[in-house]
Write a protein that binds this ligand. Structure first.
Ligand code: SF4
Length: 249
C-alpha cells in the first residue's frame, strides 16, 4: 500500500444492515438511483475499462450523466484498454478523471530490478506503486462520500461475501456495489440489450482484463473462473484498489 492512506471512521447514521437487506432484492439500477439520490455530486465511480466495464458505466451514466469516473492508469495497460476507454467515452459522453502512476513505466522497471517487461517478479510492489497509489490519490483528490464499483460476488472467492453498501475506512467513503448478484450471463445480456461495445480482448479469451504483463493477465481456459487469468499461479486475487481497509496491502 502507499503510506499516504488514511483511516476514517464511518461518520454517518446510514443503517447499513437494513439497506443491504433491502438491496438484495433490488435491481442494480435501483441501487444506483438510491446512491445518486443520497450522495448527489459526492458520488463517484471507478472503472478499469476492462471486459465488463460498459455495463456499470451505462447504468451509472443513465442515472447521473455527469458522474465522475476514476480511471487508474498504471502505465502497463493494454493498448486495447485505452482504445476501449475512448470508444466508451464517446458513446456514453463520460466524465473521466484519469489518475496516472507518478512513475515513468520503463524507468520504474529498471529501478526496481524488473528485467522482463512482460513479467512482473514483484507484483505487490508494482501494484502498490502503480495502481494503489494513483487510486488513493484520486480518492483523496475527489473526496467523495460514496463510490460505485463493479465487483460481483461470483467473480472470485475474495468477492463472495461483499455487501451492496459498505464503509471504507481506507477511502473515508461508502463503497456501493450494485452488480453484486449478477452472473456473467446477466452482464452479457445487458450489454447485448443495450448494444454496448465489447473490450477487443474478450474475443481472444481474456475474461478479466488488467495490466498487460503475462504475470498479471492471461486468457482464461474453459472451466476456469473469469478471474483465473489474473496473477496466475501466485495466489494473488486482487490488486488492492477494491480493499476497503488498508490491512494486508
Ligand atoms: S497488475 Fe501487474 S503490471 Fe499492473 S500494477 Fe499490478 S503488478 Fe503492476
Amino acid at each position: 500500500m502507499s503510506n499516504t492512506a488514511s483511516t476514517v471512521a464511518n461518520p454517518s447514521s446510514i443503517d447499513l444492515d437494513t439497506l443491504n437487506g433491502l438491496f438484495e432484492s433490488q435491481t442494480p439500477l435501483k441501487v444506483i438511483e438510491w446512491a445518486v439520490a443520497e450522495f448527489g455530486d459526492e458520488l463517484v465511480m471507478t472503472s478499469s475499462f476492462g471486459d465488463q466495464a460498459a455495463v456499470l458505466l451505462h447504468m451509472a451514466s443513465r442515472a447521473k450523466p455527469d458522474i465522475k469516473v476514476i480511471f487508474v492508469d498504471t502505465g502497463y495497460l493494454f493498448p486495447e484498454t485505452h482504445h476501449f476507454m475512448e470508444t466508451l467515452r464517446r458513446r456514453l459522453n463520460l466524465n473521466i478523471w484519469a489518475y496516472r502512476t507518478r512513475h515513468e513505466p520503463i524507468a520504474w522497471l529498471r529501478e526496481n530490478g524488473e528485467s522482463d517487461p512482460t513479467w512482473r517478479a514483484n507484483v505487490s510492489a508494482c501494484c502498490a506503486a502503480n495502481k494503489n497509489e494513483p487510486m488513493e490519490r484520486g480518492m483523496r483528490d475527489l473526496a467523495p462520500k460514496a463510490w460505485l464499483r463493479g465487483i460481483r460476488r461470483g467473480q472470485s472467492e475474495s468477492r463472495k461475501n461483499a455487501k451492496f453498501i459498505e464503509w471504507s475506512p481506507r477511502y473515508g467513503c461508502y463503497a456501493v456495489s450494485p452488480l453484486l448478484t449478477l452472473a456473467s450471463r446477466d452482464i452479457w445480456l445487458y450489454a447485448k440489450e443495450h448494444d454496448l461495445p465489447q473490450h477487443p480482448l474478450v474475443e481472444k479469451g481474456y475474461l478479466s482484463i488488467g495490466c498487460n504483463p503475462t504475470s498479471c493477465t492471461q486468457p482464461v481456459q474453459i472451466g476456469e473462473d473469469a478471474r483465473a487469468g489474473r496473477w496466475k499461479g501466485t495466489g494473488k486475487l486482487e490488486c488492492g484498489i477494491n480493499s476497503l481497509d488498508s490491512a494486508g496491502l
